[in-house]
Design a protein around this ligand. Sequence first.
Ligand SMILES: Cc1cc2nc3c(=O)[nH]c(=O)nc-3n(C[C@H](O)[C@H](O)[C@H](O)COP(=O)(O)O)c2cc1C
Length: 356
Amino acid sequence: MTGAGAISDSGVPGAAPHAAPQSADGQKPFATRAGVRRLLHAAVAAPSVHNTQPWRFRRVDDATMELYADLDRLLSVTDPMGRGLGISCGAALFNLRLAIRMTGHAPQVLPLPDPGERPDLLATVRATPDGPPDQDERLLFGMIPHRRTNRFPFDGRPLARNVFLDLVTAAHTEGATLVPVKGRTARRVLDLVAVAEGTLTAEESYRAELARWVGSEARSDGVPEHAFGPRPRHGELPMRDFAVGDLPPGTREQADFEPYPQLAVLFTTDDGPLDWLRAGQALQRVLLTATAHGVAASMFSQPLDVRPPQHRGDHAGPFGYVQMLVRFGYGPPVPHVPRRPVFEVLDRRTREARRG
Ligand SMILES: Cc1cc2nc3c(=O)[nH]c(=O)nc-3n(C[C@H](O)[C@H](O)[C@H](O)COP(=O)(O)O)c2cc1C
């Protein structure tokens, strides 16, 4: 897992490259406070399950950053093994890798460097001098602030074949497999999601956990009400209902969603902490690539929430283990969902102090 790699189509339309955290004098990326802030600002823009932002960072030296799981933010009811947490942190890791490339360095990632002693240390990222970022890397980096989870109806326009190919290639570049699902298979997959959503919402413990992370417009984490999206009028799409038990029935807006949602499933060959990190990096590359094409996305992870904690023994299909179901399309612009400021996720304690 080194370097950001290139997407297959460098000619994709998109916004102008975003201000890159470039150090003109060849300074190492984490040499200054401003450098650390800029790079971590990109990392924390990643998507995370219920916007829990379950990550912490520790600056080791001018060129090295450690990424930790913040276990206080683990969803213990629906994610006891830390799969969703690992995917979320993997997405942040991908952003950090891209941000390091913008400084003319290559990120050398050592995933899970000390699983016995420090299982919460998910990756050590070391920046080594390299050439300037290429056009694709700049493009993807520039998409970081524009990517959103879009839970609103899409207009039903199909994605062009080359766009889907780019998404599939993006996942492949990160060692995962993205498989579009269509027709009757798509309907069956959505039925499974609907069953999972029903099972979850019937459970008091699920509703209580969800309630801790949703609804507030004042917080810098969790899913605010403005991001819930409308309820599908005919239940045609089993969107995760973030308002469960919160608002009286009928008070939330309803809308017609696209009748033939364009779905894709993200797989990894195995299903442990390394694979979750890989899935997160692949997911984020896919989502940024979609954003560069002007394509919106939302996610369904309810069926994964109802798997028993010991799910690692599950039977894997031909593509491996399902890590995420993504819906793509063209939707209305949606507002940004807040993030905690960088100083809250940066661990200033030394390693010795952590152990002591
Ligand atoms: C592992 C993971 C699972 C997620 N599951 C769902 C889901 O089931 N339903 C949903 O609407 N969004 C899901 N999301 C999207 C998050 O809720 C979203 O990333 C977060 O609220 C931050 O918003 P943003 O993506 O717009 O920045 C998931 C994201 C991740 C990384």
